[in-house]
Ligand binder design. Structure first.
Ligand SMILES: [Fe+2]
Ligand SMILES: [Fe+2]
Length: 231
């Protein structure tokens, strides 16, 4: 079940209390879609203080004027989080958004495809920003490897941004077949990229970053503004 809640005009504390009350009622497959009048950093801070390890908080839309996030339960409550499980779960979320977009692109429903494309693009922008602005710099600092895997991953992000941009242009021209075409190349790149991260980079990072991992994941989850990918 999906709950919708409009928190525009509420303070961080009021938003947090309403979200927490709804969260307590959530089953494992339920979600709360929250619309805020500002970015959610203050709210996610309060959620982390109270239910850290038990929830995911992911963006569907970045404003202004409004910001939208989805709040769900993690499969099991984790005392500490790791790069591998946190970013791996976000890969799965972005994959699921992509599959929904692909399905909509097979129909003639441009309005639906546009909503889903924007959610997918926001998810990908956010994921790239979490890696490029928080995770990669910490990995590079801890290992001294600045010309290694993170350099390759940044390059692949650029390629994926290019394809997302192409999909956006096709959509703006009403060409859903163009969205599918850019999407199939993107899917191949995404799969290969995610496997490299999940099997190599994330485990290396969890090993090297040790006690800093939990804080790093908190900071990634709080990231509420991202650079836009090519339109
Ligand atoms: Fe990546
Ligand atoms: Fe990733």
């Amino acid at each position: 079940m999906e709950h919708q809640i409009d928190l525009q005009g509420k303070t961080d504390q009021q938003s947090f209390e309403q979200l927490l009350a709804l969260f307590e009622t959530l089953g494992s497959k339920d979600a709360v879609v929250a619309t805020l009048g500002h970015h959610g950093e203050g709210v996610v801070n309060l959620l982390q203080g109270q239910i850290w390890g038990a929830f995911e908080w992911c963006p569907l839309h970045f404003g202004p004027p409004s910001w939208q996030y989805v709040l769900t339960r993690t499969s099991t409550k984790l005392p500490k989080r790791s790069i591998g499980e946190f970013l791996g779960a976000d890969h799965q979320r972005c994959d699921a958004l992509f599959i929904k977009l692909e399905e909509a692109s097979q129909t003639d429903d441009i309005a639906k495809a546009t909503v889903l494309f924007n959610q997918f693009r926001t998810g990908m922008e956010h994921h790239f920003a979490m890696e490029e602005n928080v995770f990669f710099p910490a990995f590079e600092q801890a290992t001294g490897m600045t010309q290694g895997p993170t350099m390759v991953m940044r390059m692949e992000h650029r390629q994926m941004r290019g394809l997302i941009g192409q999909g956006g242009q096709a959509l703006a021209q009403g060409k859903l077949d163009g969205v599918s075409k850019a999407g199939s190349t993107l899917m191949i790149l995404m799969r290969q990229h995610n496997i490299k991260e999940e099997q190599m980079l994330y485990p290396m990072a969890d090993q090297h970053l040790g006690n800093n991992v939990d804080t790093l994941v908190r900071n990634m989850q709080k990231l509420s503004s991202v650079e836009k990918v090519a339109q």
